[in-house]
Design a protein around this ligand. Structure first.
Ligand code: ADP
Length: 273
């Protein structure tokens, strides 16, 4: 990948977006049969899958907490998700992303309802194009809701960055790699910030504006998450409301059955005699 000569031309970014525009997002809920909750998100060129298991018994047992559930979050990037093959397995970056993502979600989960148990979240990045930690958090939040984990609300995440001296929302790969700053933020639906990180430099004024932009992005993403969940459960409700077809029962010919039994009995008697 080479650095583009300019990132913004006549107010339009290299992928055709305006500075305050997020990438197109599609969310599918309940995509995995064996998970308690799951979600698949395409966010621009990112493709991310989240699976939630639990609340369930904690293994190893010594990790159990007597009064609350523990939340475990594993972020993993598939080796084929990036341009050059990534070495499989955990690395420093995935350990860090897992930790901050868990911390971004934990405050909204009613962990106190499930003492001694665990809620396990797995995020698999299948295709990466910048902002995967934010997409992972968005997917995990929907998957937790799909799993029926009691929550105070959803968490939505979005990054802001700076390219060509201008703030831009939701960086794509070139902007992330060659930009001057990258600031992922996650917030609850009531506006509390649960994740804030920053790479690069911003002036205090830019920082304040960046927070506002990220919050706006999160609000838009929240609407998409919410609609995806409504869509999923609307489908369930609609199928449930369909009148149940009762199969017409074939009449049992009682007399024939009795006759047959009687015949069998007689033949058995004859045989034993
Ligand atoms: P985020 O994906 O949350 O923005 P980073 O800023 O650490 O996290 O990474 C930015 C982007 O760089 C990723 O989305 C991915 O496209 C790319 N990237 C990350 N790790 C690797 C890697 N090991 N090899 C190639 N590209 C990577």
């Amino acid at each position: 990948m080479t650095k583009p000569e300019s990132f913004i031309t006549n107010g339009i970014r290299i992928d055709g977006r305006k500075p305050e525009e997020i990438r197109p997002i599609t969310i599918e809920v309940g995509v995995l049969d064996r998970a308690d909750g799951s979600c698949y998100i395409e966010h621009g060129l990112n493709k991310v899958l989240a699976a939630v298991y639990g609340p369930r018994e904690v293994h190893p047992r010594h990790m159990q907490k007597p009064t609350t559930a523990i939340v475990r979050f594993r972020y993993n990037m598939a080796s084929f998700s990036v341009e050059e093959r990534k070495r499989p397995g955990p690395d420093r970056r995935s350990v860090e992303v897992s930790k901050v993502s868990r911390e971004a979600l934990e405050p909204v989960i009613f962990t106190e309802y499930f003492p001694k148990s665990s809620i396990d979240v797995f995020v698999e990045v299948l295709q990466a194009d910048a902002g995967t930690r934010t997409v992972g958090i968005n997917a995990a939040s929907v998957a937790l809701a799909d799993a029926g984990i009691p929550m105070r609300g959803l968490v939505s995440a979005c990054a802001v960055g700076k390219v060509d001296g201008e703030l831009v929302l939701d960086l794509m790969k070139e902007e992330d790699n060659y930009g001057e700053a990258d600031m992922p933020l996650a917030m609850t639906q009531t506006g509390e910030i649960t994740l804030l990180q920053m790479d690069g430099n911003l002036t205090p004024e830019e920082f304040e504006k960046a927070i506002e932009m990220a919050q706006e992005g999160c609000k838009r993403i929240y609407e998409i998450q919410r609609n995806a969940l409504i869509e999923r459960y609307k489908r369930d409700i609609e199928t449930e409301e369909e009148p149940l077809e009762t199969p017409e029962e074939e009449p049992v010919e009682v007399e024939t059955v009795v006759e047959n039994e009687a015949e069998e009995e007689t033949s058995e008697e004859v045989e034993s005699e």
